[in-house]
Each structure stands twice: as C-alpha cells, then as structure tokens.
Ligand binder design. Structure first.
Ligand code: PMP
Length: 361
C-alpha cells in the first residue's frame, strides 16, 4: 500500500493507525454484530463513545470542569451564526478581529444576526500577519471578542491571544485545535470543525464556559441554542455518530503520542523543514505570512512566476504529493501540516522543493 504525501487543507490526513483501527472495528464494533454506524445513538455503546470523546478532550486540552464540550453539526460555518444568535444582545455587540478570509466569513454572518464591531483588522497588510495586542480595541459593552486562531487560507496564526478582560474571548480553532497547548480557561468558547486536526468532517466541536451557554434566547430555533445541546449531552437529535467515534480514536492517538505538548514540538519540527527551505532559497520561494505570524498548520508560499507554480504542482503530483495548490481565492502554494501529517511527508516535501529549485532556479 502506498500512502500519498497528503498536504490537504481539510478534509485532511488522518493517522494511518487510526484508519486501521477503524477498519478493524468497522463491521463488528465490540462484538455488537454491527458497525457503530448502524447502532442507536441511545445505545450504551454509543453513549460510551460520546462520553469517552469528551473526557479525552477534557484530559488532553486541560478543559476545566466549568466548561461543556459539545458535538454539533453544520461545520464551523454554522458556528459563525450560532455564536451571535446565542450571545449578541441589544447594546451588546459581537466584536471581531478581522484577520483574513475565515474571520471575514464569521463577520459577514454575524452582521446578518445583530450588531457587530471590528476590534482590529490587518486587511491593509493583506492579512499577512496577526494584529498585536495594542492594535485590538475591545468595546466595554462587547458580548464577546471573536478571533480566528489560525487563518487556514492566509497561513497566519495567533501566538499571543488578546487579553479581553471581562469580555469573553471566542476562538475559531478549526485549523489548529489540539496542535499546541492553550489555556482553555482564558476562553469563553472555542470551536472547530473536526476535519483538520480531529478526524473526519461531519462533527463540530464546541468547548464553552457554562455560564455563557446556560441560557440561550428562546426566540431562536431549538437546534441553534447551545443550551439545547448542553442539557442533552449532545444527544438532543441524532448525532454524527461515526464522526464522533473517529474523533475519539484520533484523541486516543494523540494521547498515545504523549499529548498536546508533544504534538506542538512535532509540528514545529515538521514546519521548520519547509520554512527553512523557503528562507534558504535566496528568494526562489517567497513565504506569504510575515515571519512572526507564520502558521504551524498551513504554510503559504509562492514562486516568482505563476508558470513555475503550476509546474511545481504538476511535478509534485507526479511524485505523490497531494494538496499543495493554494486556496482558489489567493493562488500560490500551500502545505497543510496538521497533527496527522507524518514527518516523512515534510522531509519529502523539503527535498522536493530543493530539487525543484535546483532544476528551475
Ligand atoms: N474556519 C476556519 C479557520 C476554517 O479553516 C474553515 C474551513 N476550512 C471554516 C471555518 C469552515 O469550516 P466548515 O467547512 O466546517 O464550515
């Protein structure tokens, strides 16, 4: 069996060990005579999966007791709407840090729901960096401050989260959840689609402080209220059971690797191989993000000619690399190096980059 050098941005690489474990349990889950997919979500076996995924996440991420972990559907994009629907009130706007394509989508959605304030923007720098703490102005009456922890398209990442004081900090961690240690107690709410660092698409993880989600407005539809899901242990309606099961396997895999601090070191080692190739290329490769904001998850870079970029992608595909084309909105090249991307893939990419430059530099 040959596995591709998978640099997809999402859905993305899943650890081979996890896929193999799922394969072993696929047809007959723990002697039940059926797959987990065929089982009632009210069964004891599924309840165990649901609870284990939560407790592993709690353990690995150090989620305090006064936080709830929810498994929802609709992707991170639905959270763009659910957050303001649940938390924005008259005279209490949602404040947003505008750092790129994903923050922008969150803002557009929030504007449909209620009052929205831009607390900072790096648009004038073409979103190639994250703002500094001094640049972020948070109104006292804000219902929350929303940041995009990692901009998947631009390739920028927050390394110092803003201090929001009494204003709850909300983070879209879709593309960097569990990739590095974070102090969850500094956040009011964290959310992420699973399809990058947590497993397959289909489930969205929300980690939220109790008091923020205890009382959702009863004027919004039942499925959009956090309180509905919190009070039903994410079993109000039929959950994406197979996706939650896969997340539990991925969490076990991370635990087996030593946890989040190890993931962080591993991700730093992997990305260094590629950023070094960019920096040592005498300008053949051009990194997009400013160095202080360079993402450890999505490495965005260019070559001086679009023709060469096309050639780079074509030749890389022939050699087993997948997903190196930049997002269609920005072009260029992008390597997504989530937790499950093996070191060997990054070593192979670094070598390919060096060889490509030698041939075309
Ligand atoms: N936020 C970020 C940072 C993302 O990268 C993505 C998906 N690429 C989304 C939100 C949207 O996620 P979904 O497709 O799960 O709605």
């Amino acid at each position: 069996m040959t596995r591709a050098f998978n640099f997809n941005a999402g859905p993305a690489a899943i650890p081979l060990e996890v896929l193999q474990q799922a394969q072993e349990q696929f047809v007959d889950y723990h002697g039940a005579g059926m797959s987990i997919m065929e089982m009632s979500h009210r069964s004891a076996l599924y309840e165990q999966v649901n609870n284990e995924a939560q407790s592993l996440l709690r353990e690995l991420y150090g989620v305090p007791d006064n936080y709830r972990i929810l498994f929802l559907q609709g992707g991170a994009s639905t959270q763009f709407a659910m957050i303001p629907l649940n938390l924005v009130r008259p005279g209490r706007p949602g404040a947003y840090v505008k750092t790129g394509a994903w923050a922008d989508k969150a803002i557009k959605e929030a504007k449909l729901v209620g009052e929205t304030v831009i607390a900072a923007s790096t648009e004038s720098d073409k979103y190639m960096r994250m703002p500094t703490a001094e640049e972020i102005v948070i109104p006292d009456n804000a219902a929350y401050l929303h940041v995009t922890s990692n901009e998947t398209i631009g390739g920028t990442q927050f390394f110092d989260f803003p201090q929001a004081g009494n204003v709850p900090l909300i983070a879209d961690m879709s593309s960097d959840i569990l990739s590095r240690p974070v102090d969850v107690s500094k956040f009011g709410l964290i959310y992420a689609g699973a399809q990058k660092n947590l497993g397959p698409s289909g489930v969205t993880v929300v980690i939220a402080r109790d008091d923020l989600i205890a009382e959702s407005p009863t004027t919004i539809p039942t499925m959009f209220r956090y309180s509905t899901h919190a009070s039903n242990n994410s079993l109000y309606n039929t959950p994406p059971s197979f996706a939650v099961y896969m997340v539990s396997l991925v969490l076990n895999w991370i635990k087996g690797k030593g946890g989040i601090a190890q993931m962080d070191q591993f991700n730093r080692d992997k990305t260094k191989l590629i950023y070094d190739k960019i920096d040592q290329s005498s300008g053949f490769y051009i990194g997009c993000a400013q160095p202080q904001s360079r993402s450890l998850m999505n490495i965005t870079f260019r070559i001086h000619s679009e023709e060469l970029e096309k050639q780079f992608i074509k030749e890389s595909e022939k050699e087993g690399f997948v997903g190196l084309k930049g997002h269609r909105d920005v072009g260029g090249l992008r390597a997504s190096t989530y937790n499950a991307v093996p070191l060997e893939s990054c070593q192979a990419l670094a070598q390919f980059m060096a060889d490509f430059q030698k041939r075309n530099g």
